[in-house]
Design a protein around this ligand. Sequence first.
Ligand SMILES: [Zn+2]
Length: 301
Amino acid sequence: MSLNSSTILNEENSQGPKRSLEQQTPSSFQDNPLQKLQLASQEVLEKAKKSGRSKCPRCSSSRMFYCYTCFVPVETVPTTEIPTVKLPLKIDIIKHPNETDGKSTAVHAKLLAPDDVTIYKYPCIPEYKEKRHEVALIFPGPDSVSVKDIAFHLQKYSRKGVGDTYDDGSKEPFLKKARVEPTEEKDINECISNSMNESTKLKKIIFIDSTWNQTNKIITDERLQGLLQIELKTRKTCFWRHQKGKPDTYLSTIEAIYYFFVDYHQEILKENYKGQYDNLLFFFSFMYTLIKNAKCGTGKE
Ligand SMILES: [Zn+2]
């Protein structure tokens, strides 16, 4: 069962749900979960920090570390010195147009897993209707399910044909498509198919990148209706721009992506987690430390 945060979004103004902490990781990790990450060397970021803002190789804007409009690192941060993370699923991130680009952590995902991440600016988003048996949306709500139950629920979608359009044999093209995917991805898929039917395999996961107050507009969009919704385990955020008045379980986008994949790895792929996705927090952890130190320095904390 998912935790009792099903009311989060219906009670925007409340203090948020009473949280159950029993599923949390040990308390030492909770204090600073970023401390134990297995990260690539952040020397390149240290250097870039010292030299200050640099130019975006595409739009020439002056930026720190990366350009949040072009999704590329700046000139003082060579792409070759940034780790790359291979994800077992594709990610679509839907950004709210009012979400300030520079504040969004969604771009971290695109920089670190460029082959697997697509960022869309709302309202320009894909149609998911015909792919409901292989797509899920990370979003807490009354009908959301936990990561471990994804396969079970997608299977229902497939059988019932929820709604109308896709249970008319249109599944077949997806099956064919799946077989010609690159080998690396196929290997991962094969692990999953031990416990799942080919037609009920999760292939894409959607995240919404916006402040919680803006989320409502996106989540009620017709194109996102009827999708399986997944709720993440309760985890505390380290986000330095923590949203005022919101519980500390409201994760930043990159944290949500990271924790989703840690759960997915253990509960769906059934493998030990050995830090495979830790580098998703490569920028996040660095910036977190920077800001924390800065706050300590000025006695703000
Ligand atoms: Zn740029």
